[in-house]
Write a protein that binds this ligand. Structure first.
Ligand code: IPE
Ligand code: IPE
Ligand code: MG
Length: 242
C-alpha cells in the first residue's frame, strides 16, 4: 500500500547494484556470497517500492562488460539468476509485480532464457510495480541495437524512409530495449563508485543521480526510503529557469 507520508515519489527508480564482492571480502568470504546476499536487498527494495508507490524499479544485474569476469563468477551469477527468479516469481506475482528482463539475451543460455520467458509471461498482467532486470545490458549496446533496428526498418520499408528520418527523440525511444518504460527519475549507485558504467546512457539523460557508500548487500528498505527522501528534495529544471 502506498505511503501517505511520502511526497514526490519517483515513478521510476533505478539501481546500479554495486559492491557485492567487497561486501563478501570484508567478511573473508568468496565474492559469490555477496551476490547471494544481494538478492535479499533486491527483495527488500521491491517490497519498499510497492509500499511507497514507485511504479517502475529497474536493477542493473549484469553488464555487457561483466562477461569479461572470471568464468566461474559469470557461471555462478547466471545460476543465481535462474534460482532467484524461480524462487521469487510466485510471491512477486501475488504482489502484483510485472517482471521484465532487458538486455542482450542472445548471450544468455537456454535455461536462463526459458526461465525469463516463463516469469515474464506469468506476470505480464500485473501492474502494481514493474521490476526490470537489466541483464547482459549496456547503454551503448542499447543505442546501437536501436540504430540497427531503424536501419533495418528503412531497408524493409523504403517507402517509410522519410517518415522514419523525420522522427524525433520520442520516435527513437521506441527502438530502445526500454521502449514503453518511462525514463528513470532517480538512479542510485551503491558502494561509493561515482560512475555510470555504461548504464542507461540515453534514458538517464535527466535522471537525478545518487551515489551512496553503502555496499549493495547492505542496501535495504531503510536505505531505499532514504533515497526517495533525497529525491523528494531535488528541483528538476530540465534546462529551464524556474
Ligand atoms: C555488483 O557487485 C554485482 C555485479 C556487477 C554483477 P560487484 O561484483 O561489482 O562487487 P564489487 O564492486 O567487486 O565489490
Ligand atoms: C556495474 O558494476 C554493473 C552492475 C552493477 C551490474 P561493475 O562493478 O561491473 O562496474 P565497474 O567495473 O566498477 O565500473
Ligand atoms: Mg563492482
Amino acid at each position: 500500500m502506498a505511503s501517505e507520508t511520502m511526497t514526490n515519489v519517483p515513478v521510476h527508480v533505478s539501481m546500479i547494484m554495486d559492491g557485492n564482492g567487497r561486501w563478501a571480502k570484508e567478511r573473508g568470504k568468496e565474492r559469490v556470497f555477496g551476490h547471494f546476499e544481494g538478492v535479499e536487498s533486491v527483495r527488500a527494495c521491491v517490497e519498499a517500492a510497492v509500499e511507497t508507490g514507485v511504479k517502475y524499479l529497474s536493477i542493473y544485474a549484469f553488464s555487457e562488460e561483466n562477461w569479461n569476469r572470471p568464468q566461474d563468477e559469470v557461471l555462478a551469477l547466471m545460476g543465481l539468476m535462474v534460482k532467484a527468479m524461480a524462487a521469487e516469481m510466485k510471491k512477486l506475482d501475488q504482489n502484483g509485480v510485472r517482471f521484465m528482463v532487458i538486455g542482450n539475451r542472445e548471450r544468455l543460455d537456454d535455461e536462463l532464457n526459458r526461465t525469463i520467458d516463463d516469469c515474464m509471461s506469468m506476470t505480464a498482467h500485473n501492474d502494481t510495480l514493474t521490476l526490470i532486470v537489466l541483464l547482459s545490458y549496456s547503454g551503448k549496446w542499447d543505442i546501437l541495437q536501436a540504430a540497427k533496428k531503424m536501419v533495418e526498418e528503412v531497408a524493409d520499408h523504403p517507402e517509410r524512409k522519410d517518415e522514419i528520418l523525420s522522427m524525433g527523440i520520442d520516435g527513437f525511444d521506441r527502438y530502445l530495449a526500454t521502449a514503453g518504460i518511462p525514463d528513470p527519475d532517480l538512479i542510485v549507485r551503491t558502494s561509493g563508485e561515482c560512475r555510470l558504467s555504461n548504464y542507461l546512457l540515453w534514458q538517464g539523460a535527466y535522471s537525478e543521480l545518487l551515489f551512496v557508500d553503502t555496499l549493495w548487500p547492505d542496501f535495504r528498505k531503510e536505505e531505499f526510503r532514504a533515497a526517495l527522501d533525497y529525491y523528494s528534495k531535488r528541483d528538476r529544471r530540465y534546462g529551464k529557469v524556474k
